[in-house]
Design a protein around this ligand. Structure first.
Ligand code: TGC
Ligand code: FAD
Length: 381
């Protein structure tokens, strides 16, 4: 599973983080995840355990957060997504999309109020950027925040919002006279509703919701004071997309692991599948793809920890690693034959989840166009 011994490139602390989260996934997630996925159930009971392990806001310093480096955060995402993309999604949203903007752009009062209980898993966050008319182009957002005395009045709608219905606080990005700004909209505020979106065929062990704002009055104290413009939400996406590049590796590793066992046991035409050349070729191809993805994410993590990360570098890895994971999951599903269509085996669950992962946090096309813009200087969106 680790042909290039990437593990030896990790520090003792990074190895410990990987082992701890890996054990948690093996013991608490893998025995149950098929049933949770089938039932469309997000296991909220795991949130205190995520918190206990220091997985919430793990890269932040202070405020009861673990202060781990970026590679450790990546390994957390990899191990969680080896379990299921829905669990990694929960941690991505809580950590990178909610705690990060409060930490980076919030007032001291906002940080004191929200970060420690979010790190302890007592308060849940969601991140509202995408709108029903089109998520790829958030500069065209229709949700507005208008100043009224000391307050702001928010109107509009957000769609496909992870954790929306269970969130205590929504980081909502809205258009103001001064451009895009972020607001902390709290559960129970009058005019704010967050119904769950049902009938999903993907990310079934995760909660996805719409957010509606009908003249929601939000005090000035709930506006993120330290950022204006689209770079506010886009900088949060860079954090989350980085973690997702690692997550794809975990999903692909889970599929390959299961296949190695299955193809060794499955006897056809008088011999195990593993003794046929095309099976070996397909397993080898998966291993090649996973190894390339591992090298990309590790390099990205080291660049990020050195403070030299450029968002287009993250786009390249998100595009590569999620496409890689989809290819691995689909081919793994096929190598399982008919057995591959049930949740008894993980590839079809990962395959379906990855349909969301390749769409959210910037579709594959958006990331390709970001690389195109980086290479040519031409904006082709
Ligand atoms: P553009 O002109 O490129 O940029 C506007 C300003 O933002 C800065 N910037 C970034 N900063 C940090 N990180 C990034 N990734 C950044 N990208 C851009 C940029 O420097 C500029 O700053 P300034 O100071 O000059 O104003 O803006 P654009 O409108 O041309 O952007 C185009 C595009 C397509 C790249 C962007 O709109 C985009 O990325 N679209 C995709 C939207 C998206 O990814 N939405 C995701 C929603 S959240 C989600 O899916 C969560 S799923 C979570 C889960 O469950 O795991
Ligand atoms: P569109 O933007 O309408 O895109 C449709 C198609 O057009 C895509 O294939 C796209 O690549 C293509 N396209 C777009 N522009 C161009 C172009 N210029 N040239 C060529 N092709 C183009 N959002 C949040 O804000 N917060 C969340 O927590 C969140 N969680 C999510 C959870 C799930 C399970 C899912 C599925 C989505 C989530 N999203 C969230 C929304 C996600 O970020 C959006 O779905 C995504 O950004 C794409 O937006 P869209 O769905 O409106 O598709």
């Amino acid at each position: 599973m680790d042909l290039y011994d990437i593990r030896s490139e990790l520090s003792d602390e990074e190895q410990m983080v990987q082992d701890t989260v890996g054990r948690f996934v093996d013991e608490k997630v893998l025995p149950n995840i098929g049933e949770w996925f089938e039932d469309g159930y997000f296991p909220r009971e795991l949130i205190p355990e995520f918190a206990e392990l220091g997985l919430l806001g793990s890269s932040l310093e202070g405020y009861d957060c673990a202060g781990l480096n970026s590679v450790s955060y990546g390994l957390i995402c990899q191990e969680l997504e080896r379990g299921d993309s829905g669990l990694r999604s929960f941690v991505s949203v809580q950590s990178s999309l909610c705690m990060f903007p409060i930490y980076a752009y919030g007032s001291e009062e906002q940080k004191e109020k929200w970060l420690p209980p979010m790190a302890r898993g007592e308060k849940i966050g969601c991140f509202g950027l995408t709108e029903p008319h089109g998520g790829s182009d958030p500069s065209n957002m229709k949700t507005t925040a208008k100043k009224k005395g000391d307050d702001w009045v928010i109107n509009g709608a957000k769609m496909w919002i992870t954790n929306g219905s269970i969130a205590d606080v929504a980081i909502v990005w809205a258009m103001t006279e001064d451009g895009v700004q972020g607001f902390l909209v709290e559960k129970g505020m009058k005019g704010f509703d967050a119904p769950e979106i049902k009938h999903k065929m993907s990310l079934r062990a995760s909660i996805t919701s719409s957010l509606y704002f009908d003249n929601v009055v939000v005090p000035e104290a709930n506006r993120l004071p330290k950022v204006k413009g689209l770079k506010g939400p886009l900088s949060c996406l860079t954090q989350a997309r980085y973690g997702i590049t690692w997550g794809g590796i975990g999903a692909a590793q889970a599929c390959l692991r299961e296949l190695l066992d299955y193809t060794a046991d499955r006897k056809l035409f008088g011999r195990p599948l593993t003794q046929t050349q095309t099976t070996q070729l397909r397993l080898a191809e998966m291993s090649r793809q996973i190894t390339l993805g591992q090298l990309m994410s590790l390099r990205l993590g080291r660049i990020k920890d050195a403070g030299k990360l450029h968002p287009s570098q993250v786009s390249l890895a998100k595009w590569n690693n999620i496409r890689m994971a989809m290819d691995v999951a689909r081919d793994a599903r096929d190598l399982l034959g008919g057995a591959g269509i049930t949740v008894e085996h993980c590839p079809i669950r990962h395959m379906l989840n990855l349909e969301s992962v390749i769409t959210y946090e910037g579709t594959e096309t958006v990331h390709q166009l970001i690389i195109g813009r980086e290479l040519t200087g031409e904006m082709a969106f």
